[in-house]
Design a protein around this ligand. Structure first.
Ligand SMILES: [Zn+2]
Length: 151
């Protein structure tokens, strides 16, 4: 896979045809289910649960870099991330929650939250596209309800 052209990338950075802006607020989109609308973000449970508990917290509005946010907005965003992390921690009882902010495919601020368990190798390189595991509808609903209870 190649980086987008500088022209395409510039458009995406401006939020033009940004796929996250288009569907990040929906109850369900191609990749995830809405867990909650928080003060600065939407928390979403990934449909691909190969990494158990994999959740994304995406900024409500389009911005590319953390330094573009006003101080209150930035603080609010991290507060949202921490709130979701606490909920995931309570539900999954993991060893650790990792926070990954990339954006090299879609430059719309979002934090991948990976829940790590004791039975995993802590030195293993994280690969979000490593595998696929999809749950039955009822299992998603159960997980979503449990996480929402903690938010
Ligand atoms: Zn966007």
């Amino acid at each position: 896979m190649q980086w987008k052209s500088p022209e395409e990338w510039e458009k995406l950075k401006q939020g033009i045809d940004c796929p996250m802006c288009a569907d990040i607020h929906l109850v369900e989109n191609q990749f995830s289910f809405l867990l909650a609308e928080l003060s600065q973000s939407y928390a979403r449970l990934s449909k691909n649960q190969y990494h158990k508990g994999y959740t994304v917290v995406a900024l409500k509005r389009h911005a590319n870099e953390l330094f573009e946010l006003a101080p209150e907005e930035l603080a609010g965003y991290w507060k949202d991330v921490a709130q979701v992390a606490k909920a995931l921690y309570t539900v999954y009882q993991p060893a650790k929650i990792n926070y990954l902010i990339y954006g090299h495919h879609i430059p719309h601020i979002h934090c991948h939250m990976l829940v790590h368990f004791f039975e995993e190798d802590p030195s293993k390189v994280v690969n979000l596209g490593e595998g696929e595991k999809y749950l039955a509808t009822a299992e998603y609903q159960q997980k979503i309800a449990k996480i929402r209870e903690q938010l």
